[in-house]
Design a binder for this molecule. Sequence first.
Ligand SMILES: C[S@@+](CC[C@H](N)C(=O)[O-])C[C@H]1O[C@@H](n2cnc3c(N)ncnc32)[C@H](O)[C@@H]1O
Length: 257
Amino acid sequence: MTAIGTDITIGNCRLILGDAMALMPGLEGVDHLISDPPYEQSLHDAKNSATRALRTDGGAELSGLDFAGIDEIRADFTDRAAQICRGWFIVFCTPEGCGRWADVINPSPMKYKRACIWVKPDSTPQLNGQGPAAGAECFVTAWAGRGYAKWNAGGKRGVYTHLTNPPDRHGGHPTEKPWRLMRDLLLDFTQPGQTVLDPFMGSGTTLVAAALTGRRAIGIELNPAYFDIARHRVRKAVAQAHALGVQASAQVQEAFL
Ligand SMILES: C[S@@+](CC[C@H](N)C(=O)[O-])C[C@H]1O[C@@H](n2cnc3c(N)ncnc32)[C@H](O)[C@@H]1O
């Protein structure tokens, strides 16, 4: 198994195996921090108590969460992010978590902008029928840069619709984000050649999207098994970007992943 402290570079992506809270202060500044951190502990508890086989299409099954929720480290993490981020600070969370993120961002030097929505058309129904199922996740956006916030999408609404379980989901991580969702975020919020930090990299989806869109990325992950999946996925994405060129259309990229 890969050893803690491993630090490798594949193409334009750097992957570090270790604790983000310890490593972030040692990083040089990054253009943006875009991440899918652990969720609120309440959701971890709910997911872990309800884990069961749900897919009927033969795709990779969802499993429980083997890492702690964000609650204990949310404020310290936000402080560390504000020290090194020069542009967008974007973190995924439950709808209930948006206010909690705003509460730690507002006292920081970053400017809280808005909560956006990821609509999941294939989300799991509320199987006990005792209330509505969750149909979306959120991500909060804050600007850590100087002057006005800048993005590439004009007046577009902050609503993104992508399947949670597309046929090409890797399936090695219980909360794998769709790579198309992360690609769209990078295209809207960042510029080619900029560096994006994902301190909770998991199976590396942000870095896969970075490789495919010509961004640089740094990913940190605590769990060696997820780090190894990320390494494998990033290597494949970097090879694909090398073969096709990062200017290849999204449709062409999809055909090869
Ligand atoms: C929500 S998951 C990210 C999943 C990722 N977006 C993907 O597509 O695979 C959060 C990840 O953060 C990792 N993690 C939790 N605490 C960490 C820490 N202190 N430093 C680095 N990684 C951590 C967990 O092991 C988990 O893989």
